[in-house]
Write a protein that binds this ligand. Structure first.
Ligand SMILES: [Zn+2]
Ligand SMILES: [Zn+2]
Length: 510
């Protein structure tokens, strides 16, 4: 029998000698699943600091301290004057919830009742919200029909349902884990619910038809008008920041490579801010985090510790994707204007109508305001979007620093008005659905409508791909600037502009 007297391997526990007194209180119980052997070198834990009180301007990428806003106050970016924050005066949940419930009822009325009734020499035809997309599909313009169906029938109830779920979640003291995902989906889908644009399409179609035949306005039109107002009221009374504040920040998070990260919250006003290349903000909930290392510009860092959205400093390939989509829109814009968008046959006579011809027709019928509206929505807006996005992408590519504030403002306008070009597409879907009386009177869609709808969709996606902060990055304005004595954002209340910040606060460029 031999006794092993060699020293134990490093890290391996030693067995006490027989008869030796038991050690009390010094040893720790081994964790479950512990394997004896050589101890592995422990990797240092990565840390991410949530900078409380710091916000990034979504327009220019300027990080600045924003004080807790009082009801009715608005915080504007100090550098580009874009809006950073806003506090509503109404109760945060009950008011938008009331509007949202009203939206649900009005949508149900709109989808179950008739939109318009067309009466020509005793031959009548009644249409609903579903008739237009169905007729476009039947005529072989399936993608346009699907687009109209999504924007007017499918997405609005989804958006209303999401908002009802979000507000129900927000009525709890703590926002549940599933709510942030719904919030992100709501923000992505909301621009594609186009009830207000559809209403204008109905109005233009009605004025075009009123000289041709007797038109009876259905209950659905009044319901849609109400729905347009209640959906807008839901958005304007929803205090997104107060909803996000109900969601606690997790103590741990995972990076994209799977590494565990420890989260700690620090007050941004009580620390020296790290270099901007180490700060990132969540575009979904606005949480600002600082790392101990440089954060890649376009790669996903990981999930946000508050809302679980993927966090990256900038949208990937923003300029390239914007240029490609805008270029495709330019190519399609030519057939969209050259080819007729619809053919109108009245008592066996008629022919194709281009977009411009439709505007001229309204002008010749002495409907100048309507002609101007259609001209603005169908000609000015697409041109403005194409020229504006091309110019912004080109300037960013070149690294230009001229008129950055104006360019930022133009981007916000383009982003907001892009959907209004759909007026013509909606109007055609209504006319195609309602004027369907053979050789007596018939309106059918033509290739121009497909090209035009594609231009609208492509430019919406192009604006969505473009990250306006890239303009400031390219101009060298978002480097590692540490403006120690820069003043905070401007805040406004009740129309007057007043600063509620101390004169010297720390701000940092992204
Ligand atoms: Zn800004
Ligand atoms: Zn987030």
């Amino acid at each position: 029998m031999t006794t092993d007297t060699s020293p134990p391997a490093h890290g391996a526990p030693t067995n006490p000698a027989p008869g030796a007194p038991k050690r009390r209180g010094l040893g720790r119980r081994l964790p479950k699943g512990f394997k004896f052997g050589v101890a592995k070198t422990k990797r240092p834990s990565l840390r991410l600091h949530v900078l409380d009180g710091l916000s990034e301007c979504p327009s220019c990428g300027f990080f600045q301290q924003v004080p807790r806003l009082q009801p009715g106050q608005v915080a504007d970016c100090k550098r580009c004057h874009g809006q950073i924050g806003r506090r509503r005066t109404n109760p945060p949940v009950s008011t938008p919830l009331a509007f949202c419930l009203a939206s649900a009822v009005l949508y149900f009325v709109a989808i179950t009742h008739s939109l318009l009734t067309f009466d020509l020499y005793g031959r009548t035809r009644t249409v609903s919200l579903l008739t237009g997309p169905g007729e476009l599909w039947r005529e072989g313009w399936g993608p346009v029909g699907v687009l109209v169906l999504l924007a007017t029938v499918v997405i609005p109830p989804i958006v209303i349902g999401l908002m009802l779920a979000i507000l129900t979640a927000a009525s709890r003291p703590k926002l549940p884990r599933w709510a942030p995902g719904l919030m992100r989906r709501y923000e992505r889908l909301r621009p594609w619910s186009m009830i207000e644009v559809y209403m204008l399409g109905v109005f233009v179609a009605y004025t075009k038809l009123i000289d041709l035949a007797h038109i009876e306005v259905g209950v659905a039109v009044y319901a849609l008008a109400g729905l347009m107002l209640t959906m807008a009221a839901t958005d304007s009374t929803l205090d997104v920041e107060r909803v996000w504040h109900k969601r606690p920040v997790a103590r741990f998070a995972r990076r994209a490579d799977g590494t565990r990260v420890i989260i700690s919250t620090v007050d941004a006003s009580e620390m020296v801010l790290p270099p901007a290349r180490r700060i990132v903000s969540c575009t979904s909930c606005g949480l600002v985090c600082a790392a101990d290392y440089d954060i890649p510009q376009e790669r996903v860092l990981g999930n946000c510790p508050r809302c679980q959205a993927k966090v990256r400093r900038r949208k990937p390939q923003g300029v390239l994707r914007c240029m490609l989509l805008t270029g495709s829109a330019v190519i399609l814009y030519i057939p969209a204007n050259l080819y007729p968008v619809m053919t109108i046959i009245q008592v066996g006579r008629g022919g194709g109508h281009t977009i411009l011809a439709g505007v001229r027709e309204l002008y010749e019928a002495h409907m100048l305001p309507l002609a101007l509206l259609v001209f603005f929505a169908s000609i000015t807006v697409p041109v403005l979007k194409i020229v504006g996005l091309t110019m912004m992408a080109w300037c960013t590519w070149r690294g230009s620093a001229t008129r950055l504030i104006d360019r930022g403002r133009l981007f916000r306008i383009i982003d907001a008005i892009g959907r209004w070009s759909m007026i013509d597409v909606f109007m055609i879907s209504i006319l195609v659905a309602i004027v369907h009386l053979g050789r007596l009177a018939n309106i059918s869609a033509e290739p121009g409508v497909f090209a035009f709808a594609s231009v609208v969709v492509l430019t919406i996606f192009a604006a969505d791909c473009f990250d306006p902060r890239l303009m400031w990055d390219a101009a060298g304005m978002n480097g590692v600037l540490l403006a120690k004595n820069a003043t905070g954002p401007k805040t406004t209340q009740g129309g007057g502009r007043q600063s509620v910040l101390p004169s010297a606060t720390e701000s940092v460029g992204a």
